[in-house]
Design a protein around this ligand. Structure first.
Ligand code: SAH
Length: 345
């Protein structure tokens, strides 16, 4: 089975032409896909063409299997892919707009010491259309008729390492920012990476201009290696120089994610080194209160400790805030919904 959602409009035109149909049909089908429709629902498409397409292709490669609404307005989603794999995401209503966090891989092979997504390793990459389908499905969930875009921001911060799935993730960026699809701006999309330095540079060179978030989480190579295996491949020096390059090429401020882990990265010296690492170019530090993952055993910190760390950073003239956490009453950190589903099954 091939996924129609993997196609951009030009590719869809070719497919439609190969079936002997006029190219305006491609535009119609494309619109339906981004509205979340199945072939059977595409009422302005001739039935014979719908049948031809349905024989070879899937219109929607995933569906919302379970949803959990939190009292804070966020909704966690468990999606089922066409091959039976499950992935997850969360919708978060912010005052500046509605944000959807999407997954880019089933599982992850980065193996960070505090993260649930990596338990069980990488199963497979998600295709461009499967990443888009998460946005499509939730947009349709928010707007039953799917006649307009209800989401304003996308963050690639769900399961998976986006820069470990470069081709599909960048095709997703092209698809979702197409004015004929859902017309997101690159600037309203954030990509979070554990720091694949070469691909950070590639992303800069390829000119996508999304907001780059770097999962830093440590201020020395030694402590970073303890938390994140990727630090064995790229030193802090290499990662920081890659994000500076990203800023120079795109003009985009760099966001640093720093999860406070008890006994690992919260000392005064960490604070000082963090200030040094993030100085000299536009940047912002998002302090994250660690979500407890029992298989991993890493402990987070109290609100007071997070506040204290933030104040120290602010005193050193570092722009830093504590990231608001969503959906705490409907299950734990990202990756845990999928794990609990697999355990139940
Ligand atoms: N692979 C990418 C994106 C997915 S993770 C990356 O590493 O950036 C999104 C963010 O959540 C990362 O900053 C990641 O380090 C963080 N994270 C992972 N597990 C967490 C946990 N248990 N508590 C808090 N943040 C966590």
């Amino acid at each position: 089975m091939e996924l129609i959602a993997d196609y951009d409009l030009e590719e869809l035109k070719k497919t439609v032409a190969s079936l002997g149909q006029p190219s305006f049909r491609a535009g119609q089908i494309y619109k339906w896909i981004y509205g979340g429709a199945e072939f059977s629902e595409m009422t302005n498409i001739p039935a014979a063409l719908r049948d031809d397409l349905a024989e070879k292709y899937l219109a929607q490669p995933l569906r919302i299997k379970e949803k959990f609404a939190s009292s804070d307005g966020s909704v966690k989603f468990l999606y089922e892919c066409y091959d039976g794999n499950v992935i997850e995401g969360i919708y978060m209503p912010h005052d500046y707009g509605n944000t959807l966090c999407v997954s880019t891989q089933v599982g992850c092979r980065m193996g960070c010491s505090f993260c649930a997504s990596g338990i069980g390793g990488l199963v497979r990459n998600l295709s461009a259309g499967e990443i888009a389908a998460q946005v499509i499905a939730v947009n349709k969930f928010l707007d039953g008729n799917a006649t307009e875009r209800k989401l304003s921001n996308i963050v690639l911060m769900g399961s998976g390492e986006p820069l470990d799935n470069y081709e599909n993730v960048t095709k997703f960026l092209r698809l979702i920012t197409d004015k004929n699809s859902l017309d997101f701006g690159m600037r309203s999309i954030s990509l979070s990476t554990c720091g694949l330095a070469e691909n950070i540079r590639r992303l800069a060179d390829d000119g996508y201009g999304v907001t780059l978030s770097l999962s830093l989480h440590a201020t020395t190579d030694e402590s970073r290696r303890e938390l994140m295996p990727i630090a064995n491949k790229y030193t802090l020096n290499e990662v920081i120089s890659a994000v500076k390059y990203y800023f120079e090429k795109t003009g985009r401020r760099i966001i640093f994610e720093y999860a406070l882990v008890k006994g690992k990265n919260m000392s005064y010296f960490d604070c000082k080194r963090l200030a040094e690492l993030t100085r000299g170019y536009p940047s912002h530090v998002n302090l994250i209160k660690l979500n407890y993952v029992k298989e991993k055993g890493m402990q987070g910190c109290s609100n007071e400790e997070a506040e204290r760390f933030m104040k120290k950073l602010n005193e050193m003239n570092v722009s830093a805030t504590i990231r608001r956490s969503f959906g705490n009453d409907v299950g734990g950190a990202c990756g845990q919904l999928r794990r609990s589903y697999i355990a139940r099954r």
